[in-house]
Design a protein around this ligand. Structure first.
Ligand code: NAI
Length: 426
């Protein structure tokens, strides 16, 4: 127990225990301390809803045996106001100690010297996997005829490519020096160019593809697709594909079947327990996710393509409001809503808390508290299917009635209790 021994940002840690993570695998006690950052804009409203639903689901699933000891910690505007820093050292220390955290959306205050707080957190904790599961919930309006056909988990590399952040402003000394150096290598650079550098490493690619393949194995999923733009960028995107395929052969040979083998040896029918390893050029992948979404269950890609693909896929199943996210490394994991702070609706009690609630579901799943995670997903599906919609979804569906954030959370809690009772009676 770490009770009453420690305080971060002035908040004393309650009765709770430490999560440990060894080689990417969490060892979770029954009363883990979990730091949360409510975030800016609608952050506080959706965080309240998320904690209420998670506490109830954990309570009805495990009784007194398990409970989360939440620890509020700060970043963004609230942190700036209270502590004069958008990312106080204590916030980093709390996550360093407790390993698993969850956060709402953040505004990066201007003049802080940080490009983005989210990117700063990801790079500080080396959270190299950005994991985004995307599926449809019946009742969520979508532009697709069969939105339920899309059910993918996207693993986007989170530390390299455009996130390496090497970029020089047009006309700056560094841009001019780099242009001069590149000219020595025989390249022609227009003198009025800004220059960005794309970095893709072998180790960075291999660890990301390893995580995607391991996820497919753990969740018994039948395909992993490596998405790249290697036809044009051969030594970065193309290398990502090559290194990914090499890793798959070295470490997952018992599981994987290539797409050509699938047809050559198995008549297009994947043998039980195997995973088909596909590769797709990024532009073709966008078309394929629209036309043949059932071909794909796990996708692995470099940073920028993964960014585009995640939001496009979220759009197919009804938008960002329902899309959860996780940033995971070998030693830490931070779960987060994928939308922004929605300043236009902040404080109005109309935000949709589903993205953050589903991020908490990913967190429970990561912790191995799968029964509580499943209960929340079932309750969310049932609540929405019953026509209980927050305003964003109601507007998209063209219906006048909608629930406030707090009413939606209350409806979810009620459904969690009802489904738990039903399960106990079975
Ligand atoms: P946004 O996602 O905040 O808003 C886009 C639109 O979606 C708005 O109309 C908003 O009302 C709506 N919306 C977003 N989340 C919603 C929810 N849960 N329920 C109902 N409606 C919702 O994107 P925007 O306007 O581009 O960014 C606003 C701020 O958020 C910026 O400062 C940006 O930097 C920050 N941001 C932070 C992120 C993070 O912390 N992970 C991610 C994206 C943006």
């Amino acid at each position: 127990m770490v009770e009453n021994l420690l305080a971060f940002n002035g908040n004393v840690v309650g009765k709770g225990q430490l999560i440990e993570i060894s080689q990417g695998k969490p060892i979770v006690p029954d009363r883990p301390v979990i730091p949360f950052i409510a975030g800016d804009g609608i952050g506080q409203e959706i965080t309240n809803a998320m904690r209420e639903v998670v506490n109830r689901a954990v309570g009805v699933t495990y009784g007194r045996k398990r409970k989360i000891a939440w620890l509020e910690t700060y970043a963004g505007e609230k942190a700036m106001e209270i502590f004069g820093s958008a990312l106080p050292l204590d916030t980093l220390k709390a996550i360093e100690l407790f390993r698993v955290a969850i956060k709402g959306p953040l505004n990066t205050p201007t003049g802080q010297g940080l490009r983005s707080l989210n990117v700063a957190l990801r790079s500080h904790f080396d959270l190299y996997q950005c994991v985004r599961p995307l599926r449809h919930f019946v009742g969520v309006p979508s532009p697709m005829v069969r939105p339920q056909d899309l059910n993918v988990v996207i693993f986007r590399e989170n530390t390299e490519d455009v996130y390496a952040g090497i970029e020089y402003q047009q006309g700056s000394d560094k841009a001019l020096q780099l242009a001069a150096f590149l000219e020595k290598l025989g390249e022609t650079i227009r003198p009025d160019s800004g220059i960005g550098i794309k970095i893709i490493s072998r180790e960075g690619s291999r660890r990301l593809v390893r995580s995607a393949l391991q996820y497919a194995v753990n969740h018994k999923l039948s395909s992993v697709t490596l998405v790249h733009k290697g036809n044009i960028q051969k030594f970065t995107e193309g290398a990502f594909l090559r290194w990914g395929e090499e890793l798959a052969q070295e470490e997952f040979a018992d599981y994987i079947v290539s797409e050509s083998e699938l047809w050559r040896k198995h008549d297009g029918v994947l043998p039980e327990g195997k995973i088909v390893l596909r590769s797709r050029i990024a532009d073709a992948m966008f078309a394929e996710l629209l036309l043949r979404p059932t071909n794909h269950s796990v996708i692995a890609s470099c940073n920028l393509n993964g960014d585009y693909l995640s939001d496009a896929a979220a759009g197919q199943v009804g938008g960002l409001g329902m899309a959860p996210g996780a940033n995971i490394g070998d030693n830490y994991a931070i779960f987060e809503a994928t939308h922004g702070t929605a300043p236009d609706i902040a404080g109005k009690n109309i935000a949709n808390p589903s993205s953050l609630i589903l991020s908490a579901v990913m967190m429970l799943d990561f912790m191995g508290w799968k029964e509580a995670a499943e209960l929340i997903v079932e309750a969310l599906a049932a609540t929405i299917a019953d026509g209980h919609l927050t305003k964003d979804l109601a507007v998209q569906a063209g219906v006048a009635q909608h629930l406030s954030t707090t009413e939606f959370a209350a409806a979810l809690v009620k459904t969690v209790r009802r489904l738990a009772r039903k399960k106990r009676m079975k």
